[in-house]
Design a binder for this molecule. Sequence first.
Ligand SMILES: [Zn+2]
Length: 144
Amino acid sequence: MQVHITQELVNIIIHHSRVCYPLEACGLIAGTVEGDNKIIQKVFPLHNAEQSRVHFGFAPKEHNNAVKEIRALNMSPLGIFHSHPDSPAKPTEEEVDHSLDPTASYLILSLKTTTPVLKSFHVDKKTRIVEEEELVVEPLKDNS
Ligand SMILES: [Zn+2]
């Protein structure tokens, strides 16, 4: 499975994560699945209801509204993104325990380094297998 995202959407994730720093930032990703490719078309930055530097949680109402908007746009929910303010872009043991959907992509942005690092993972709670997915970032369009 390859995950495709545009640099514009990556920038939204980085911006939201920096605004939330030092707390974790989180949100949903949505788009389409075409064969072996997930095409992310929209990201939904959400409020971290846990207000924590090491955890995140969605506020149920805000989460539901985003899911409704995804359906209204005829997109599919593709997974979630969240930030690791001070640790590497890798799911924690706890996140593996709490992962719900084995078809979802878990995007993690690490702000530990000066240049943020974004990675995508596939997490299977039953087998505890965490696999990094290939993330293809489409460059910004040149408008000049
Ligand atoms: Zn995390």
